[in-house]
Design a protein. Sequence first.
Length: 169
Amino acid sequence: MSYTLEQFAADCRAALLAEPGPAGREQVRRHVERACSDADFVADNVRPDQAQERHLLYEDPDLGFCILAHVYRGARHSGPHDHADSWAIYGQAEGVTEMTDWRVLERPAAGRPGKVAAERVYSLTPGVAYLYNEGDVHSPSRAADTRLIRIEGVNLLGRKRDRYEVVQA
C-alpha cells in the first residue's frame, strides 16, 4: 500500500510531538526518505507538471512545520544559505542534487554578509534525505530536472534570511 500524504503528515507530527528537537527531526528525515522512495507517493504529490516550483502540501496548524513539493526544471544553483531560525529537511524524489555544506567563518553582522568556506560536497539521490538544523549553511546545485520533498520547521516563505559569501579558508 502506498504512503499517503495524510499518513506522512501524521507520522511527522507524531515524531515532532514526541521529540521536538533534533531526535524528532531525525525521525521526520526517515519519514521523508520513505515518502521519496514511494513511487506512488511521488507521482501523487511531487508532480512534474505542478505550476510552481514550490508547492505547499501541508502546514501543521499547531507545530508550524510545512511539507513542500519542489519541482525544478533544468539546471539550478543556489548560493550558501541557512533557514533563518528554522530547520529544514531536503529529500530527493527524482534526479540528483549536489549539496555543499559550508563552514561559517564569520556570521553576518551590521548588514554585511557572513563568510563561509566549503566543508564537504555530496549528492542527494532518489530516496535520500538530509537534515539541516538551525544555522547549518548549505547550497544545492542541480544539473538537470529534479523533484524533491522539503520539510521546513516553519513556513519560510517571505522570511528574511542571512546572506553569505564564499571565501577560501
